[in-house]
Design a protein around this ligand. Structure first.
Ligand code: NAD
Length: 465
């Protein structure tokens, strides 16, 4: 059997794996990456990137529907659905090709196939063509990601009972769609399909949409979605999903009452399962926890020298967390004394409209920890730029330590929330306080002034409210 030897071997070429591989190569290590599907993983091919392309189409369509408000008469607007989908696929393909280029540039060997550990330092790779090679490696990084989960009794048929993967490439826009789960995937697709005229029913088991968000954010998003015509049921327990030909019936229970909605399709978006199967992890004696690979604060598994990064090591399942973990792991290989990862610094972004973004604790979490806090809030309705560009929905909310002013959490809902959160994530990681944000000069007119004003409000000194 053909045999190769590397300093670092990465399994999975998503944003965790390929970033870790590049960083390892930059540090002079010999590196291999093993991938059974496309370079770029779910993020580039079936997640972050193609969905952002779809959501931009929805935003443009929303704009066109209101074009006359801006002084344009368009006549009737028609949608070329195939083009909406193919533009999204094109964006994914382009970026996946770009990863291939980066692998070459960094002299990283790409092995196409499925990996399986024979021992902590030996990995077997079987290609789709039936060829097998063996890799000897000093360190390895498991970055195999995750896949959509379901709920007991609900079978995904990939046609009418679907996951986000199929929802990205439906042959036409369904007239009606039920979405189970109002997490990131559920709300992004609710916005997308509702924009294109689909009757969307959003079912969430917990009491709020985006239930992990600050309560003010969830409430505001729910109101906005209702205005957009999305039918929302929170505290809703799905009892069954039954397909009959071209129709699907979803029955759910809310406040002791059972209701059935009939739709063209059902999207199941209830979280993910780690891709831990067929990797030989059991033989390695590697510990799992709730179906994910158990790791310490440095992403090292229970087997020394074997790391697991990204979705496969459990929540938060976010591309930027995977990439950060990949870089951290390389730092840890060089110096085992570094500080563990601080997950309170991770920003989280959801790209429906209005967008949602946050970092750190929610107000409820801060109160639960009995922290003495001061909350600052600034609505976009009071922002000059937002009024000029008709982006007045939403607000910036900052939760600060009452005494030191340190940023404990920040939450934004509004049209550019996912870009605006970067300032607050940087501020939090640099341990800046609300006074620093207030006194930093923000350009006028920009939406970022709302961050400055919310910071000022936390100190009782907002100017424009
Ligand atoms: P999620 O965990 O974010 O949300 C799942 C939701 O489903 C939760 O609100 C949960 O309460 C609800 N739920 C669970 N069981 C239910 C049931 N039986 N009936 C009704 N509701 C139920 O998961 P997701 O939305 O599937 O996304 C998967 C992962 O991908 C998440 O970790 C998410 O953060 C990530 N993701 C992130 C983005 C982004 O950052 N923009 C986009 C897409 C996905």
């Amino acid at each position: 059997m053909e045999s190769h030897s590397y300093d670092v071997t990465v399994i999975g070429a998503g944003p965790g794996g390929y970033v870790a591989a590049i960083r390892a190569a930059q540090e002079g290590k010999s590196v291999a990456i093993i991938e059974r599907e496309a370079l770029g993983g779910v993020c580039l091919n079936w997640g972050c990137i193609p969905t952002k392309a779809l959501l931009k189409s929805a935003e443009h369509y929303e704009f066109l529907k209101k074009a006359s408000d801006w002084g344009f008469e368009t006549g009737e607007i028609s949608v070329d659905w195939q083009k909406v989908i193919s533009r999204s696929r094109g964006a994914a393909e382009k970026l996946s090709g770009g990863i291939g280029f980066l692998m070459k540039k960094n002299r990283i060997t790409v092995h196409s196939g499925s990996a399986r550990y024979l021992s902590p330092n030996r990995i077997e790779v079987s290609s789709a063509e039936g060829e097998t090679i063996e890799i000897q490696t000093t360190h390895s990084i498991i970055a195999t990601g995750a896949r959509a989960g379901s709920i007991p009794g609900v079978e995904i048929d990939n046609e009418r009972v679907i996951t986000s993967r199929e929802a990205m490439v439906l042959p036409q826009c369904p007239e009606s769609l039920a979405i189970i789960g109002a997490g990131a995937i559920g709300v992004e697709f609710a916005y997308f399909y509702a924009s294109f005229g689909c009757k969307v029913t959003l079912l969430e088991y917990l009491p709020a949409v985006l239930p992990a968000s600050d309560a003010d954010i969830s409430r505001t998003l729910e109101k906005s979605f209702k205005r957009q015509g999305i039918d929302i049921h929170t505290d809703a327990r799905v009892l069954s999903v039954d397909r009959d030909g071209d129709r699907v019936s979803t029955t759910f229970e809310k406040e002791g009452q059972s209701t059935t909605v009939e739709t063209d399709a059902v999207l199941v978006a209830v979280g993910v399962l780690g891709n831990t199967e067929n990797l030989g992890l059991e033989e390695l004696g590697l510990e799992l926890e709730n179906g994910f690979v158990a790791v310490d604060g440095h992403c090292e598994t229970s087997v020394r020298g074997v790391y697991a990064i990204g979705d496969v090591n459990g929540p938060p399942a976010l591309a930027h967390v995977a990439s950060f973990e990949g870089i951290h792991v390389l730092r840890h290989m060089a110096d085992r004394e570094i500080e563990p990862i601080d997950y309170t610094l991770v920003p989280s972004c959801v790209y429906c409209q209005p967008q949602v973004a946050s970092v750190g604790l929610t107000e409820a979490e801060a109160k639960e920890k009995e922290l003495e806090i001061s909350c600052g809030k600034f609505p976009f309705a009071a922002s000059g730029k937002a009024v000029a560009t008709a982006e007045t929905d939403g607000f910036v909310k900052i939760i600060a330590d009452k005494n030191s002013g340190e940023i404990i959490g920040a939450h934004i809902i509004g049209s550019e929330a996912t870009e605006l959160i970067a300032e607050l994530a940087l501020g939090k990681s640099a341990e800046l306080g609300v006074e620093d944000l207030h006194l930093a000069i923000h350009a006028h007119p920009t939406l970022s002034e709302a961050v400055m004003e919310a910071a000022a409000d936390a100190t009782g000194k907002a100017t424009h409210i």
